[in-house]
Design a protein around this ligand. Sequence first.
Ligand code: HEM
Length: 150
Amino acid sequence: MSLYSIALFVHVSGAMLLIVLLAIEGFSLRKGVAAGRLQQTLGPITLVAILVPGFYMAAQIGWHAWTALGLVTYVLIAAAGIYTGVSVMRGRMSRSTAGVSWLIRTGLAAGVVFDMTVKPDLVGSLAAIAVAVAIALMAVPTVRRATAVA
Ligand code: HEM
């Protein structure tokens, strides 16, 4: 057991929590119920659990394309998540549009998990994220239907 393995454990737990957060958001969009309070609590925990050990591990093994892209993508996921959550709560974004934002962030997260485990070069890392988002976007009609009828 090393500090690195503990950091990896915390980091992967943070990644799992991010997926749980996305699942809760998807469920609340589908049902039309508010989950803002829960997300405001879990979101910062996810951020700390992913970023603190992420930076520590990157400092140990050196920065690579997949770590740098993971950081940029995580910032995008967090910023788009906050913007979408606040906009929906204030009635400035429809649930249907929020559903598309949710799909894109889910695809981004899946792409980052691929990059973190396979560790491709820059082109491979970008391609994995693009493919994951493209696959996620294939569900746009389903999400639009689900958010329209609920
Ligand atoms: C959406 C955000 C992120 C997710 C879902 C995620 C997910 C993961 C997962 C599942 C692993 C385990 C891979 C394995 O052991 O095979 C991992 C490892 C790692 N992640 Fe992330 N990560 C994210 C963001 C970041 C960020 C922002 C950084 C850097 C600041 C980072 C740096 C690392 C490093 C250095 C490893 C260790 C790789 C190894 O030792 O094999 N991650 N990540």
